[in-house]
Design a protein around this ligand. Structure first.
Ligand code: ZN
Length: 298
């Protein structure tokens, strides 16, 4: 068996607004070591990340699945930047460029949810299929899409959490908390929206509380829209709010009821839990690292 130093070593970062999860491995699904840092300011956080990776050995590629919004256009001089985030200090941060220079290796870069979608598609719940959406419901609502093996970018990147749902029956008094849209999906059904509205997490509210009906109704609309608009085969529903017992089943039942038997692909469409559990994001970052390495070797 070859020693660690003889095999290419990939590095991955799941860069979130509260923490950075770092890992190294010889393959995206074989993590050798991992480390977690608090997300403070860019100088301190990126320096600490660079030091940890340097101590693991030389990397052949680094992948970053990043909170956003981010610039993904390879033709843009700002590719690899976090762009307009409200998180203090991080707007206009050249995260990919800075880490690539420090670690002297090619960098793969995408949104955190596109990275997680790529991992679930390649290694988790979506293996063998042609398309997958990874939707996380937590401090925000985000969605990454992989179609034909590639993350969907287009103009910028998808922001599935910011569609406007139709209000579920008798839910008319809450104006929503999204600073941009008010009662978009994230403004109505994210973890902070649930807390702002009812003062508790969904898991802590009794099973017969109307919050469960409201939240599952809004998330079902997101899933139905994802099925209907893009003919996605597999929707992976993850994130902290999705830990609520029974919620995924309720969303699935209501999403298929919304389809009303009309969608031609419904027999092939599924709503499932993450196959990789909490590792989807970091495995996705390592996949981005391998892609960057292979792209640089062509
Ligand atoms: Zn919004």
């Amino acid at each position: 068996m070859a020693s660690r130093s003889e095999q290419p070593l990939f590095g991955g970062i799941e860069a979130g607004g509260t923490k950075f999860v770092l890992a190294v491995g010889h393959a995206p699904d074989r993590i050798l070591a991992r480390h977690t840092l608090a997300t403070t300011n860019p100088d301190d956080t990126l320096a600490a990340a660079g030091q940890w990776f340097a101590a693991q050995g030389p990397l052949v590629g680094l992948g970053i699945g990043c909170f956003g919004p981010v610039e993904l256009d390879p033709a843009s001089p700002r590719w690899g930047f976090i762009t307009s985030t409200p998180k203090p200090g991080w707007a206009d941060c050249d995260i990919a460029g800075r880490l690539g220079r420090v670690l002297a290796c090619p960098v793969g870069f995408d949104t955190d949810v596109n990275g997680a979608a790529l991992a679930e598609y390649s290694l988790g719940a979506g293996q063998g299929g042609g398309s997958l959406a990874y939707i996380t419901v937590g401090t925000g609502i985000g969605g990454g899409l992989v179609v034909g093996g590639r993350p969907v970018h287009g103009a910028g990147h998808p922001e599935l959490g910011h569609i406007y749902p139709r209000r579920v029956a008798d839910d008319t008094d809450f104006t929503g908390i999204c600073p941009f849209h008010g009662d978009c999906l994230e403004g109505l059904a994210s973890g902070p929206a649930i807390l702002a509205r009812w003062g508790k997490t969904l898991s802590d509210l009794p099973g017969d509380h109307p919050a469960h009906t409201y939240v599952s109704g809004y998330l079902a609309q997101l899933c139905h829209t994802t099925f209907a608009s893009m003919a996605i085969e597999t929707i992976v529903l993850g994130g902290g709010v999705m830990q609520t017992p029974g919620l995924r089943d309720a969303v699935r039942d209501r999403a298929f009821a919304l389809g009303a038997g009309y969608l031609p692909g419904h027999s092939r469409q599924r709503i499932v839990a993450p196959g990789l559990g909490a590792d989807a994001g970091i495995c996705g970052a390592l996949l981005l690292a391998r892609q960057a390495f292979e792209g640089a070797s062509d």
